[in-house]
Design a protein around this ligand. Structure first.
Ligand code: NAP
Length: 367
């Protein structure tokens, strides 16, 4: 009995010291908040958080306590962030984000953003805004009125929204299409994170386009982002394959514009499907025949539903390296969150968001 009492007394002493240290730590957190306020810096820095946790885990002598200590620090960080946010008078409740498009029934974006916001400990909702073409102007005005924080933009508005923006990023200007809008105190700025997502997807699959002949099927918003990435990454030659060669040439300077008939005579390294052909529910078709794919080494499909399109099934049968658009989808969404919230999201979180998405889409594909 005495022994138990002694131990409890010792615990009380440790707790007292912990309380003193907690108070000291929160005092320092408030000084950080003050510094950030002065220098206009964001609250969250997930990389710094991870570093702090892992540094302290490395000090442990009893390694069996690793996970428990990680949980302890995660909780402590949560409290610190809340205190910092309050000091900075940040109201995160009810932040509104969303996807703007004409028909959005198939979208996985709400799931991705819900997972990102949850992982970042942020409160917000991500809505689907299905807007008919003749109501776009009114919709943009309404987004301002409801103080929306960020919008993603999809078919058919990636080019049309540009006229409603106050500013446009360099990459979006070069591409001529916007898929992300940040609303900052009434100022609307457009970005193109399809460009970033496409690049990250190629990097993840270890696909280099440098000095390659690349074929882009389609001439829409996604094709423009893909083409800009190919140009910036020094591919040798770019062919744009379109059903309307006479109409699209102006948008793709420095590229060869050809028809699907002409494509049969072209050989190269990488062929990219940037058309919706093969997308659910019309998944039994491919934009090109199997014989065309035999002229290439790598097949990339921007479509992610189904995970294996007819186009990619031909590529598999021919033994080509191949990749679907799911990682691009996750990566462009994460890049949008980084812009809206002025944060950097680390690779580990990106991978975990992608894994959750893959499980969800994979399950859907099995049905
Ligand atoms: P978009 O602006 O509507 O352009 C699609 C282009 O595909 C059109 O310009 C058209 O080019 C061609 N096309 C359309 N219907 C066709 C048909 N029946 N046969 C042959 N070509 C056809 O769409 P987008 O935004 O570029 O998106 C294209 C695809 O990429 C969609 O499937 C979309 O879901 C996917 N995407 C995926 C991601 C991702 O994160 N994975 C991101 C963006 C887009 P021509 O008229 O010149 O032939």
């Amino acid at each position: 009995m005495d022994e138990l009492l002694d131990i409890r007394n010792e615990i009380d002493e440790v707790d007292k010291k912990l309380t003193e240290l907690f108070e000291k730590r929160m005092g320092l957190v408030l000084r950080v908040a003050e510094y950030k306020k002065k220098n206009n810096l964001p609250v969250l820095n997930s990389r710094r958080e991870k570093e702090v946790i892992e540094k302290n885990v490395s000090y442990l002598e009893n390694k069996a306590l690793k996970e428990a200590l990680r949980d302890f620090y995660a909780g402590l960080m949560g409290i610190s962030k809340k205190l910092e946010s309050e000091e900075l008078e940040i109201r995160e409740e009810g932040e509104i984000y969303g996807l703007l498009g004409e028909k959005l029934g198939h979208s996985f974006s709400p799931d991705i953003h819900k997972n990102v916001l949850k992982s970042l400990d942020k409160y917000g909702i991500y809505n689907l805004f299905e807007i008919p073409k003749d109501k776009l102007k009114e919709a943009m005005e309404l987004f301002k009125l409801i103080k929306i924080k960020g919008l993603n933009v999809t078919i058919p508005y990636k080019t049309e929204v540009i006229k409603f923006l106050d500013e446009i990023s360099e990459e979006a200007k070069n591409i001529g299409a916007v898929n992300t809008i940040c609303f900052n105190h009434g100022v609307l700025k457009g970005y193109n994170t399809d460009y970033i997502g496409f690049g990250n997807m190629l990097k993840k699959s270890d696909i280099s386009v440098k000095a390659s002949t690349c074929i882009v099927l389609g001439s829409g918003g996604a094709a423009k982002a893909v083409t800009q990435y190919l140009k910036d990454n020094k591919c040798r030659e770019i062919y744009i394959v379109t059903r309307r060669p006479e109409e699209v040439s102006l948008n793709f300077s420095g590229c060869r514009i050809i028809t699907y008939e002409k494509l049969k005579e072209v050989k190269g390294e990488v062929i990219i499907n940037s058309t919706p052909v093969g997308m659910y529910p019309k998944s039994s078709v491919s934009p090109v025949e199997k014989e065309v794919l035999a002229n290439f080494e790598v097949a990339v499909d921007l479509i992610y539903n189904p995970l294996e399109t007819k186009f990619l099934s031909y590529a598999r049968e021919l033994g080509l390296k191949r990749v679907n658009g799911l990682y691009m989808l996750a990566s462009q969404a994460i890049a949008s969150e980084e812009i809206w919230n002025n944060i950097t999201i680390d690779e580990e979180l990106t991978e975990s968001i992608y894994d959750k998405l893959l499980a969800k889409v994979g399950k859907k594909n099995e049905k």
